[in-house]
Structure formats: C-alpha cells, structure tokens
Ligand binder design. Structure first.
Ligand SMILES: Cc1cc2nc3c(=O)[nH]c(=O)nc-3n(C[C@H](O)[C@H](O)[C@H](O)COP(=O)(O)OP(=O)(O)OC[C@H]3O[C@@H](n4cnc5c(N)ncnc54)[C@H](O)[C@@H]3O)c2cc1C
Length: 431
C-alpha cells in the first residue's frame, strides 16, 4: 500500500490541516506521508462554508489567521492548482446596538494588531452589497478577508503533494501510534506500518478517541452544521455575509452556499457527558443558538471509539467518512431568511444540501502543541469552526514546530496544558 515504509513524518488525516502541514513539511525538505482513513477532505474540509476570515476571531488567534491569509494569497501560484481563493472582504451585519458596540470594540483591538476592520453604516453597506434588499443600520467589514472553494482547496494541496513525490494515501485508517521508550517510532495502519520519528495528528473530530488510547485527554466535542447550495443564478453578491439568520458565500459555480448563522445542532454522545463541565461556560454563552438531539450519533460515536481498541479494529467500514444528515427544517427557514434579505423568490432552487461535524474546543480555539506523553507526536486539532481559513497558517506553524521544535509565532494560547491548568476556559471570539 505504501511506496515508502520509512519517512521523516507521517500526518494522520487528509483534511486541510493535515494536507497543509504536509505541504509545508515538504517545503522544509522532509519526506512525508499523509494517511487518510476515508478520502481527502471527505469530512469538514470539503463541507464548510468557504469563509476565509479574520473577522471576529479571538484576538489570540489573529496573528495565525493573518499569516494564513497571506499564504492563501500566494497558494495557487505555489501549488500550480486552483483553490478558488479570492480576496473579497467579509461583512457581518449587526442585529442590534449592543452587537454593533462589540464590533467597534473588536475592530479597535484588531487594529492594534495591524488588521483593518471597521463598522460601516447602512449607506456604505448598500454600496458594498447592492443586491441586499433589506436595510440594516450597521455591519462589520473586513476588506482583506477572502473566500475559497472547499471542494477544490484541500484536493489542490493533495495533488501538489503527489506531484512533488510525497504520498497521500486514502482509505487507510491509522490504528495506532508505535512507541519505544516514550518516543514515536511510527504508525500502525490498516495497510501496514510506516516508520518515522515524527507524527502529526490532524484527525478533526476523531482526535479525542485516538488520543484516549494513549491516555492523553483532549476535551473536544462536536457540532452538526447543515449547509445548502443553490443553483447558479444572477444573485449579484460578491461578499460573503453573515446575517443574524443566514450566512452565505458566493460560489465559483455561480450559486450560493448558505447556512443558519445562528443555530447549530449538537447530537448527544458519550463525550457530551464526559466533557459537560468543561463546556459549561461555552454552553451558557451560546445556549440560545444550540439545539440538542438524542439520535443515532450516540451509537456512531461509540463505534468511532471502539475502532481504536485492538479487538474491534476492522469494524470501521460503515463509518469511514462521517456523513451526518442535514437539518432540513432549519435549512428551509434559512432559505426563507436568505430570500427575505435579498428579495429572491422563496422557492429559490436548491441544488444540494449536506451537513458536517465541526470539532470544537471549550474555548473555541485550536490545540497546536507537542504531546508531552509521546515524544515526536504533534497535535493540530479542534479548529472550532474556522480551520478552513486558518488552515494554511496552521499548516505552516505546525511544520515549523515539527521540524525545529519551536516556532517564531507564540503558540502558548493553543497548548494542550491549558486544560490542566484551568478547568474552565471560555470562548473570546466575536463571531
Ligand atoms: C458545515 C461547516 C461549515 C464550516 N465553515 C467554515 C468556514 O466558513 N470557514 C472556516 O474557516 N472553517 C469552517 N468550518 C470549519 C472547517 O471546515 C474545519 O475547521 C477544518 O476543515 C478542519 O480541518 P481538519 O483537517 O482539522 O479536519 P477534517 O477536514 O475533518 O479532516 C480530518 C481528517 O482526518 C481523518 N482521520 C481522522 N482519524 C484518522 C485516522 N485514525 N486515520 C486516518 N485518517 C483519520 C478524517 O477522515 C478526516 O478526513 C466549517 C465546518 C463545517 C463542518
């Protein structure tokens, strides 16, 4: 299955974080193999909205997303492939005066880090988004934000990796980490072993269970987010926009991707209870937007967890790629909100609907760290709903961390140990 049985580094997970990390490891001169249990970008990385935004981010994350944006601007030329990235700005409509003030405060703090972002009035919004039918009094506008095509971007990186002779192997579960005296010596996969001294875990919503086997606690949970795509039509929208009831992005194919900007579903599973206390501050802040369900996810997540127990290894065929059902009722309401905002017909043609499971941390910022329990293992997970935009920046710093053991950018906010130092941590993002 593998052309090379020995490489410098193995990356577990072929989402944008895994592929970008592999790309920057390659640029540093390391040999690297990406091992993906399903298909490249089969989970979050192809299902997301495609916002590449600095806007509203937790200020601790801002240097990383600003770095990422700089990388996005040059990535097509670097890869020789199209990711669909364009700089187009981002708008977030203020539903009330309180939110508008919070946006002003955030823009002031972001400006101190060198990011231009400003609250625009109704008339400026009209000029920026002339297709908008409903009028709002203010919005946050960040001109240097962008958008890209989730259906293209990660595949583009994987293709470039293959072209330069690095391996990206699909339909291959990494079952275990191989360790000797506390140091990484390789990985065991369903296709055999690969020897290496460096492993990056970029496993998205699977990371918690993988680490539990190594006695590493990662308090990560997941949310189900439903998305719709319209047929191509003359919508006249250029800027991805976040309204209270709908978030939308113009697509390269002429349609729109849209989703609720306010409501997210959580399907109960064993980790919901295991990490309930950890997520309490986050839950209290977002209680009005969260809908909790008891459904087949409980059993599915148990199967996910069992995969990493030796006796039940081969039971993963049915859940190789998580493909949750979209919340159709919510999407119907969201489609109406989209139609209202722009004066589109209410029966706007839908081409496709889907959902994805987002990996979230209690404080809604990622874990990017070296695991003290296994020398050579680096964690890059828990992107908390914005890993697409931040992906290229994360990939570059993770590659630096793997290669040099240290990074120029301060990553202390993303340490795993923050959860042992403080039980309660809370989100500080605006959007
Ligand atoms: C509906 C939705 C909307 C979103 N909107 C946005 C947005 O607009 N902007 C934004 O920036 N972000 C957005 N996000 C979040 C973003 O998509 C994610 O943060 C990002 O894609 C995470 O990338 P990843 O590589 O960490 O995870 P994933 O893309 O989930 O990839 C992880 C991969 O690891 C593989 N894997 C796991 N365990 C193993 C194993 N043991 N062996 C082999 N392979 C394994 C999985 O199969 C999976 O393919 C959204 C997410 C969703 C679901």
């Amino acid at each position: 299955m593998f052309e090379r049985k020995h490489v410098d580094a193995v990356v577990i997970g072929g989402g944008i974080i895994g592929c970008a990390t592999a790309w920057y490891l390659h640029r540093r001169g390391l040999s690297v193999t990406v091992v993906e249990k399903g298909r490249v970008a089969g989970e979050q990385s192809s299902r997301n909205w495609g916002f590449v935004r600095q806007q509203g981010r937790d200020l601790r994350e801002l240097p990383l997303i600003m770095k990422s944006l700089a990388n996005w601007r040059g990535i097509d030329a670097e890869l020789g492939e199209s990711t669909g990235f364009v700089t187009c700005g981002n708008l977030a409509v203020a539903p009330d005066d309180k939110k508008m003030q919070a946006m002003r405060d955030w823009a002031r703090d972001a400006a101190a880090q060198g990011l231009e972002s400003r609250v625009v009035s109704g008339s400026e919004m009209e000029a920026l988004a002339p297709a908008m039918a409903r009028r709002y009094s203010a919005a946050l506008y960040t001109p240097s934000d962008g958008r890209a095509e989730p259906g293209l971007a990660t595949q583009a990186i994987a293709s470039a990796l293959r072209r330069v002779g690095q391996e990206v192997v699909e339909t291959c579960m990494v079952e275990d980490l191989l360790l000797q005296g506390g140091e990484v010596t390789g990985v065991a996969t369903e296709g055999g072993e690969i020897r290496c001294s460096k492993v990056v875990l970029a496993g998205g919503v699977w990371s918690t269970q993988f680490l539990r086997k190594l006695d590493i606690s990662l308090p990560q949970s997941d949310l189900r987010v439903s998305v719709g795509r319209t047929q191509a039509f003359a919508h006249g929208i250029e800027i991805p926009t976040w309204f209270p009831a709908v978030a939308l992005r113009p697509r390269q194919d002429g349609g729109l991707s849209f989703a609720s900007g306010a409501v997210m579903d959580h399907d109960l599973n064993a980790d919901s209870f295991r990490y309930l206390g950890r997520f309490l501050p986050n839950f209290l802040m977002n209680a009005s937007s969260l809908r909790v369900h008891l459904n087949s996810r409980f059993a599915e997540q148990r199967r996910q967890a069992r995969i990493y127990r030796a006796a039940e290894r081969k039971s993963y065929e049915e859940i190789r790629t998580l493909d949750p059902a979209p919340n159709h009722k919510l999407l119907e309401r969201t489609r109406s909100a989209l139609a209202d905002a722009f004066g589109f017909p209410r029966d706007l043609g839908l081409a496709e609907t889907w959902a994805g499971r987002i990996d979230v941390m209690p404080d809604a910022i990622p874990v990017i760290d070296q695991a003290p329990q296994a020398k050579g293992l680096t964690l890059a997970t828990g992107m908390s709903g914005h890993g697409f935009g931040i992906g290229l920046g994360v990939g570059e710093v993770v590659a630096e961390l793997v290669d040099r053991g240290t990074t120029e950018l301060d990553l202390s906010a993303f340490s795993l140990s923050r959860f042992s130092e403080r039980y309660f941590v809370k989100p500080k993002n605006l959007l």
